[in-house]
Design a protein around this ligand. Sequence first.
Ligand code: SAJ
Length: 440
Amino acid sequence: MESTIKDELIEKLQSKKALVAVLGLGYVGLPLTTVFAEKGFIVIGIDLDERKVDRINNKESYIQDVPNEQIARLVQEGNLSATTDFSVLKDADAVSICVPTPLRKTGDPDLSFILTVTSELAKYVHPGMVVVLESTTYPGTTREILLPRFSQTIDLTVGEDFFLAFSPERVDPGRKDWTTLNTPKVIGGITPSCTEVAKTWYAQALETVVPVSSSEVAEMTKLLENTFRMINIGLVNEMALMCNRLGIDVWEVIEAAATKPFGYMKFTPGPGLGGHCIPIDPLYLSWKLRALNYTARFIELASEINTGMPRYVVGMVQDALNDLGKPIKGSNILVLGVAYKPDIDDLRESPALDVIGLLKQKGAVVEYHDSYIPVVNKDNLKLESVKDLLLAVQKSDCVVIVTNHSDYDYSSILDAAKCIVDTRNALGLLGKDNPKVIRL
Ligand code: SAJ
């Protein structure tokens, strides 16, 4: 029987003769290029940012999880190269899209990156190509946004001539135990044969591929994962607010609850929700459901609680200074840790920016320290991390621990401070029942 386009593509994928292209070379795309290249595929990375492209071709990595040595070896061996030129896609057999999906200022999804690469890719989609979208987005994006743009351009039938699927990225930057290679990868196609082709491709390189029945199921899987996280963080933040009113130590409650070996998962309260995933992904889902006249109440309530935490923290600072007979206006306040979570250098959506902004609005003189982030130049904040940490602590009227980096010597900070608002229980027992310390 004559082999079909699908058979030929599957053979190319299994023999690793397929030319792989990855669109978007960030913390998801660059590791993905190396995973395919390590398995013997020829991989072309495509990015609009010439600096990224040049660094790869100069055998350098700019992503903390990708070693320089690996990029150098793969480029040297000819398995990896990078370009800003989308026309290389005319020869590509397997294309993965790993571009950002942020929110607009209005809180609506910003699909501009997906639309840009899709319109470029649509010029080059040809028989025997498989395309996988990895960018986190609302259910239906692959079928409603990508498919028509590919089908319009060329008279090809999806699932027969070309193949289209969604596979959520599960990259947690800085994590060593779960990586792009060994984290199970969900993948769902526009048609069953799309799922089969996409699964065959990814299974050549990744340890575990989990096929699902459609691109919508795959899109929704990622949103469940991160909505689950966002809502549970919102719950534990509200537990902190309730415990404060009850005069109960929420941290002790959380530690005690965490002794339950089943049916419970530990989350901890904090000054708000940062990062490029957790505060954003669930809002893609609630936005989609609003268009279907459904209100995703859990998401909206959790988002309200989480976004209210920076203001709550500023209220704690106001109370702490009040106890010292000081107004917030004119007080020197030092914020410790501005990255969105400990031990990383990422500032995106960090609640520290909200805390600093609110403190400045109230007339406080605010400085910060963060060894991972020497300069903050965002949301009309222009600040530099203080050079002498303990001197800054001594000078401050109140220290606010916003991000509990592990490189802080908390005992020295406690000794040097007049008062500390600890939003992460960074001081632990040092801070418990200590008159200088107010804990979330
Ligand atoms: N946070 C809390 N309390 C918690 C956990 C987190 O306040 O109990 C805050 C963090 O401080 C941060 C924000 O929430 O500001 C997000 O933290 P995160 O630990 O969820 O870290 P992210 O944003 O790097 O989430 C990523 C996600 N990975 C992907 O989307 C592929 C998420 O799905 C992972 O579960 C998470 O890493 C992880 O487990 O580290």
